[in-house]
Design a protein around this ligand. Structure first.
Ligand code: BGC
Length: 900
């Protein structure tokens, strides 16, 4: 019997995905074992068209045969060609280090509609249409149909331009919210697939859907309504296989009807208005819903890509109860009641209320309160973020809005018919289905709260796309924010599918000249240059994903887009200086370049929201040009494009030289003299080797001169601690991490923050609230420090030469007076963890390395003799002493080291 068990079978990143768009998907499995050094020496994948066939050992779709290989992730399905709708059952057998076999339980994946020709449905909608300022009710659409016999299997393929909520015979189909999410609707829309077999019956059936305005025709960013179209549209195809094998297809077509219903208006930013008196009882059941239904309007096929959804769906994820009873704010004769949810959250409220028909309850939402205890709404800008619920009377009524979300900690109810009853308000937390993948904890409660705030910032801003903020009239997929945070995001949760999908959106928004915009989906016509550190997300995000999952397909898929982007950068960077338009002419004359093809370029946002520190935009731009060139060279290496490896490595060198000539003095001062200037120069290896110590010294001096405070903005902050720790300045790094006074990571924590603030000084004792024009209390960007907690404090990192956690680096750096720290991460290969504890001068380090992978661990110690491995050292090979650490090569398994 093998001690190796095969678990967590994944197809792409999903367990048993339905409606997949990839016909040759990648398969991965996790290997678990308590035995050190346990590994896979061979595997065999069987795939069958039926479960029983698979269990009988017949791989009619694919039998890989025994493959002598350790590969347990990203194994490409290589069996018979699969077509739309096809389901494959699969199972994997592995042989361990001693040649002992073990097998997994069966899993499956099922393809969606892969080709345009699979679709018979047409786009339909209602006669209701709003305007730039006017809202219209959410249309209810439905169609009755007969089935002549019992149902064997049924699938609903459905999408909308707008948002949809499907129903079959009175039942809600699935539990997805805000579907189909936000893509560039002029190019593509995601299609969702549901197994509806058990919802159908022989005889009369009814398929329905409620449509919301969503991003398609509701408010987006600051751009107002109807950006893509005037009203929502539905596309649906229900495919039924009857028990006798015959097939029936019901599509969105002229036989559908529409009616207005109780949702008077719905808008992501503005909120939803619902009048329960207008409900259409039984509208989604055969024969129900009353009269007044009208034939739907057909809409022309927009000719966009109908793409099986490759990202995770958005769903309600958890519920929060308010802290105690609400506070009564007297507003005679109409009191307002303010609830504290105890957490700045994103989603909506479930309201439970009773009262007379026609009474209207208004729900308002805010992240923070004013000193008098009322809602602070100024920072929502033009987002009204207000829901209205009008009662129908006759007992307890429960209301949850469908097509909106709010970012809030406080909820104000006004118009309640009676004093609020217990249970009147429940917070429903809504975000994309991004499974938890890690946590960090240590002996400092404030750092633990910081980690909590990072996690909640991530939940609240991973609502279909990575947004800057969830509350004001913005909520856009800002590229800069996403690229600084992605590494942290990957430690906390499995966001691979989420970012895979967004990469397509980035590519869809790429401009004609190769430029990448500030946010994606983009607004306002032609895509523009998002500028340094923003546009570079196009490379940073997929590269970061690759390091953690070793899946090169995303890199290959978008390689042409990367090349176009770099071509654009080189063209618009005279003498390899990616400069701001204001300094273009002077730069060009100094470096002797011409000014061709620089139209439309954008110097960028600089070190956005830095504190009393100016970093030249040209310097940031040039540093990021170097960074992008270097990433590109590495991507080329992964894809085996040898000539490009050289080409982009050479580009990196040219930019590096240009950077030195323009921004670095012979004595090692870096232009701007700011923390971010030094961080850029050091992090991207842009200085000549001998000048590095000087630059490190200057950086530390700058921090000291500010009383051990940072001054970095969005661009410098993510790397600041990494640079300090890389160059041995641990005390300074920890001092910044643990700094409680403003500006610092912990200052908001000391002020009771439960999410990451947009600005270091969102609120301060002396100045109060920052500019309401831009002051979000839920912005994940400064949460980018999270990867230093995982990656340095507990020392969990991937080895870039063996990505996807095939080989990990565990290099903890105790410090800052912490007495313990621990982190774990559930990687594609299983759980990797590092936990250290300091007690009476003894350091204990516990690490876990998943089966079938290896690690290099650095045990902090003064000498090799001071270190002991408690399990007898099996699987651990001492290598050397390095920088006050005893370095060991580890096989998989659990280890405990002690160092005295
Ligand atoms: C957003 C950002 C973004 C920035 C660009 C702001 O309005 O909220 O987070 O990166 O603009 O400067």
């Amino acid at each position: 019997m093998s001690t190796l068990s095969v678990t967590h079978l994944r197809c792409e990143t999903f367990e048993n995905p339905l409606g997949l768009g990839e016909a040759q998907p990648h398969l991965s499995w996790v290997l678990e074992s308590e035995t050190r050094g346990q590994k896979q020496t061979a595997y065999r994948v069987l795939a069958a068209s039926t479960r029983s066939g698979l269990l009988a050992g017949q791989g009619d779709l694919w039998d890989s045969g025994r493959v002598d290989s350790a590969q347990s992730t990203q194994v490409a399905y290589s069996g018979c060609a699969l077509s739309s709708r096809q389901r494959a059952w699969w199972q994997v057998s592995v042989w361990d280090k001693d040649g002992q076999p073990s097998s997994s339980a069966p899993a499956w994946f099922e393809l969606g509609l892969l080709a345009r020709a699979d679709w018979q449905a047409g786009w339909i909608g209602a006669g209701l249409v709003g305007g730039q300022q006017a809202y219209s009710p959410a249309p209810y659409l439905r169609r009755a149909f007969q089935l002549p016999g019992a149902v064997a299997q049924a699938r609903l393929y459905i999408t909308a331009l707008g948002l949809f909520e499907p129903y079959l015979n009175g039942q809600r189909v699935g539990s997805d919210r805000l579907a189909p999410g936000w893509t560039n609707y002029e190019k593509r829309v995601s299609v969702f697939t549901y197994d509806v077999t058990t919802l159908l019956q022989s005889g009369e059936n009814l398929l329905g859907a409620i449509l919301g305005d969503g991003w398609y025709c509701g408010h987006v960013g600051w751009r107002g309504r109807q950006y893509y179209g005037d009203r929502p549209r539905l596309l649906a195809q229900l495919e039924v296989t009857l028990a006798d094998g015959s097939r029936q297809i019901v599509t969105s077509d002229a036989q559908w009807q529409w009616s207005a219903g109780p949702i008077l208006s719905s808008d992501i930013q503005m909120g939803e208005s619902y009048d329960a008196r207008l409900e259409l009882p039984g509208w989604h059941t055969p024969g129900g819903g009353g009269g007044g239904w009208q034939p739907v309007l057909p809409f022309a096929d927009p000719g966009i890509q109908l793409e099986p959804n490759r990202g995770p769906a958005v769903r309600s994820q958890e519920e929060l109860q308010p802290l105690g009873a609400p506070r009564r704010m007297s507003d005679f004769p109409n009191p307002r009641w303010v609830y504290d949810m105890g957490q700045n959250m994103v989603g909506h409220v479930r309201l439970k209320v009773s009262g007379p028909a026609g009474a209207t309850v208004r729900l308002r939402f805010a992240e923070v309160l004013k000193p008098d205890g009322s809602l602070y709404l100024d920072n929502l800008r033009d987002a009204r973020a207000t829901d209205y619920f009008t009662l129908k009377g006759g007992g307890e009524e429960i209301y949850e809005p469908r097509f909106t979300f709010h970012g809030f900690r406080y909820v104000e109810l006004r118009g309640l018919p009676t004093e609020p009853q217990p249970g009147a308000v429940t917070g429903i937390v809504v975000h994309s289905e991004i499974p938890p993948a890690g946590n960090f904890e240590c002996s400092d409660p404030l750092l633990n709260q910081l980690q909590h705030n990072i996690q909640w910032g991530q939940k609240g801003n991973f609502v279909d796309i990575p947004t800057d903020c969830p509350q004001r009239n913005e909520r856009l997929g800002w590229t800069g924010d996403a690229q600084v945070f992605i590494r942290t995001a990957l430690f906390n949760r499995d966001v691979t599918a989420f970012f895979n999908r967004w990469q397509t959106t980035l590519a869809d928004e790429q401009g004609e000249n190769g430029e990448i915009p500030s946010f994606a989906p983009a607004l306002d016509g032609a895509s523009h240059d998002g500028g340094p550190a923003w546009a570079d997300a196009v490379l940073v995000c997929p590269w970061t994903l690759y390091l953690t999952n070793a899946d090169s397909r995303l890199l290959a898929e978008h390689y042409a887009s990367f090349e176009r982007y770099l071509t654009y950068l080189v063209k618009t960077s005279p003498g390899f200086i990616r400069c701001h338009p204001d300094t273009l002419a002077s730069t060009a004359s100094v470096v002797g370049a011409d000014l061709n093809s620089t139209t439309g370029m954008f110097g960028g946002y600089g070190d956005w929201l830095s504190i009393n520190a100016e970093t030249p935009k040209d310097l940031i731009g040039t540093a990021f040009l170097a960074y992008s060139a270097r990433i590109m060279s590495r991507i080329a290496a992964v894809l085996g494009k040898t000539a490009d490896v050289e080409k982009y490595a050479a580009l990196y060198e040219q930019v590096r030289l240009a950077f030195q000539q323009r921004f670095v003095t012979a004595q090692g001062l870096v232009a701007g003299l700011s923390q971010t200037s030094y961080v850029m120069a050091l992090h991207f290896d842009l200085l000549p080797e001998p000048l590095r110590p000087v630059a490190v010294q200057e950086l530390v001096r700058n921090i000291q001169n500010r009383g051990m405070h940072l001054s970095t903005g969005f661009v410098g902050a993510p790397y600041l601690l990494h640079v300090l720790s890389r160059f041995g300045q641990f005390d300074t790094a920890y001092a910044l991490l643990l700094q409680k006074s403003w500006p610092s990571w912990l200052y908001p924590v000391t002020q009771g923050a439960t999410t990451i603030w947009e600005r270091w000084d969102g609120w301060t004792h002396d100045k109060g609230f920052q500019d309401p024009g831009m002051n979000s209390f839920n912005h994940y960007a400064y949460g980018s420090v999270g990867d230093w907690l995982y990656g340095v404090v507990t020392g969990l990192e991937v080895d870039p030469t063996q990505p996807g956690y095939a080989h990990s680096i565990v290099r903890p750096q105790p410090g800052g007076g912490l007495t313990y720290a621990r982190a774990e991460h559930h990687s594609l290969r299983g759980t990797i963890s590092s936990a250290w504890e300091l007690q009476g001068g003894k350091l204990t380090l516990r690490v876990h390395i998943p089966a079938n992978s290896t690690a290099t661990v650095y045990v902090p110690a003064n000498s090799a003799a001071a270190v002991r491995e408690l399990g007898g050292g099996v699987g651990a090979t001492y290598l050397r002493m390095e920088n006050n650490a005893a370095v060991y090569a580890l096989e998989s398994g659990a280890y405990t080291f002690e160092a005295v």
